[in-house]
Design a protein around this ligand. Sequence first.
Ligand code: ATP
Length: 245
Amino acid sequence: MIRLIDLTKTYRGFAAVDGIDLEIPRGRVFGFLGPNGAGKTTTIRMMAGILKPTRGRIELDGIDLADNPSEAKSRVGFIPDRPFIYEKLTGMEFLQFMAGLYRVDHGVPPVDRALELLHLFELTEWRNELIESYSHGMKQRLVMCSALLPAPRILVVDEPMVGLDPKAARLVKDIFREQAVSGTTVFMSTHSLEVAQEVCEEIAIIQSGKIIARGTPEQLGEQAGVDGTLENAFLKITKERMSLP
Ligand code: ATP
C-alpha cells in the first residue's frame, strides 16, 4: 500500500507537486498520467527517496519514508526513466552487485534469484555479456530485474515502456500484472495511454502538480463524458482544466 499525504515540492515558490493525496491498496497496477511538466517525475523521485518533499508525507507499506527511510526503501523497487548502469559489468555481475547492496536474503540464494529474473525477462543468454553490448531495451529489462531482486512490496516505475520493442513491452506488461496479482503495488507513470488503458486497474491524472481526476479507465471516460478510449478522456479532462482561470 502507498499513501501520499499532502505531498508537495516547491522550487523557489513554484509548486511542481502541489498537495497530492493518494492512497493505493496493494495488489494493483496504478497508472500516473499527466501532460509534460505535470509533476510525475518529481512525485516519483520523492517516493523513491531521492528528493525531499517540501511538505507532506509518504508512507510505503505502512512505513513513513521520512521517519524510517531505510526500512521504507527496503519495500520498494524503483525503476527510473533514465537508469544508471555500470556498463563494464556483465548482466549477471550487475545483478550480483545489486543483490549485495540490497542484501537479498529471502531464503533464495542471490544467484538463483538473479537467474530466475534473467529468465523471466528473457535475458538468460546475455547474462555473461558486458552491459555495454546490450540494446536500450535490454538495459531497461536488466534494470527491471534489479528492481525486482529484493521481491519488493511496491514497484515504482517511471516511463517503463520507452525504448521497448512490442515483444518486450508485452512481456513487461504481463510481468507487472503478475506482480500485482501476487500482491505487489505497481505505481507506474506513462505517456502511453494505450499501455495505461491495457494494464492499469486504476489511474490518477496529475496536472500543474495537482491530481485532477482518479478512477478506472471506464470511470475517467464517464467523468469526461466521452465514449471509447482513455486517450479521449485524458485529452478532455486535461484540456478542460487548462481552460479554467
Ligand atoms: P514530463 O512528462 O515532461 O517528464 P513530468 O510530469 O515528469 O514531466 P516533472 O519533471 O516532475 O514533470 O516537472 C514538474 C515541474 O517542475 C516542471 O515545470 C519542471 O520544470 C519543474 N521542475 C522539475 N525539477 C525542477 C528543478 N530541479 N528546479 C526547478 N524546477 C523543476
